[in-house]
Design a binder for this molecule. Structure first.
Ligand code: COA
Length: 338
């Protein structure tokens, strides 16, 4: 037998052995996947069964609270435990596959978007913050160019189109984040729907005298908003990095002194910029309403944009105040929790 052929046969034998091993490993992998999916189903059904029973028991506890005062303490204890139990279930469900909401179902179809490890959740959030930062910087540069150098409706249309795409992408990414246990308040997601709608309306606004009257104010506002969003991204990715470094999240944050002080420093720096942006939204809304009244509603976009700005102002302002109040409250409660 020629040497070449012996080499080939030997190599083939080696490959065959390796192939058998790969097949075995893959079989084990499929078996484990099967076990995992059974465990996931088990966990999900047990959690929903417990949640239903907790709901029933909460109603019973409410009925019993009118009884004698000696039972009051044990009832209160049960109430507290029910509360912590629901938080625990929320954390558990973040690691279990669940059905997509209506929006994700429409956009992505029924694909599972639950990330099954803490690292991949952090990595997704991290990538989301980076995407936000890059897109915001691009939008900042583009609005700067439109404001100072290029005065043409086509470029304004491109800017509004980019804003529309940006906000649509954020709504999808945030829905994925929420499925993965993020506590983003509903308003911020709604804020992005309204902003996408606003950019769409701006896109259709004809290049008349009314548009020209509002153009510079809108571009300056976009410029400012992109700047504030850069600061906000810096603050939020800072929070994310520190939390990751500490390996802590959500209800554990209160025990982490260093994180708390960094967060407060960042927040007190950010808040004046945020409130000024909200005030600017209010001014935009008023200017557009005045314009709509003076122009006898000849262009529907004026009133629509005015309405969007007012809704944005109210939602942003009240949600930010609520977030700060909630953070202050938990800071004041800190000594009790320690
Ligand atoms: N957009 C997207 N996600 C947001 C968000 C926002 N505006 N505000 C908070 N979140 C997310 C956080 O990243 C966090 O997510 P996680 O659970 O995955 O970690 C979750 O919501 C809870 O955050 P919370 O602790 O309530 O707030 P925070 O400390 O992260 O941020 C503010 C607080 C006030 C800085 C932030 O809410 C904010 O920037 N609000 C103002 C936005 C605004 O007004 N924009 C218009 C500017 S002109």
């Amino acid at each position: 037998m020629p040497d070449d052929l012996t080499d080939v046969l030997e190599e083939w034998k080696c490959l065959e052995e390796e192939y058998q091993k790969i097949q075995e490993t893959h079989r084990q992998y499929l078996q484990k996947l099967d076990e995992i999916s059974k465990l996931q189903n088990n966990c999900s059904t047990s959690i929903s069964r417990q949640q239903k029973r907790l709901k029933d028991i909460s109603v019973q506890v409410k009925h019993c609270s009118n009884g004698p005062s000696e039972d009051f303490r044990s009832l209160n204890e049960i109430k507290e435990k029910i509360k912590t139990r629901s938080n625990a279930f929320f954390e558990m469900e973040a690691f279990l596959p669940k059905k997509n909401g209506l929006y994700l179902n429409l956009v992505l179809g029924n694909v599972n978007v639950t990330l099954l490890s803490k690292q991949s959740k952090f990595a997704y959030k991290d990538e989301y913050e980076k995407f936000k930062l890059c897109a915001t910087v691009a939008l900042l540069l583009f609005s700067f160019m439109c404001y100072f150098f290029v005065n043409h409706r086509v470029f304004d249309a491109i800017l509004n189109f980019l804003l529309l795409c940006y906000y649509c992408t954020l709504t999808i990414r945030e829905s994925v984040l929420i499925t993965n246990g993020s506590r983003i308040k509903g308003w911020w997601v709604f804020h992005h729907y309204i902003s996408a709608f606003l950019s769409g309306v701006m896109l259709t606004w004809p290049d008349g005298s009314l548009y020209k009257a509002f153009r510079n104010q809108f571009l300056a506002y976009s410029l400012y908003q992109s700047f504030v969003q850069c600061l906000q991204c810096y603050y939020q990715s800072g929070c994310l990095y520190r939390l990751r470094a500490l390996g802590e999240r959500h209800n554990m944050d209160l025990t982490v002194e260093g994180f708390q002080s960094w967060m407060w420093k960042g927040l007190t720096f950010l808040l004046p910029f945020l409130f000024f942006g909200h005030f600017w939204q209010l001014v935009n809304g008023f200017c557009l309403f005045r314009m709509a009244l003076l122009s006898d509603l000849s262009e529907w976009q004026v009133l629509m944009c005015g309405l969007c700005f007012l809704i944005l102002f109210m939602g942003n302002f009240f949600t930010t105040v609520a977030v700060v109040r909630q953070k202050l409250k938990s800071r004041n409660q800190k000594p009790k929790n320690l």
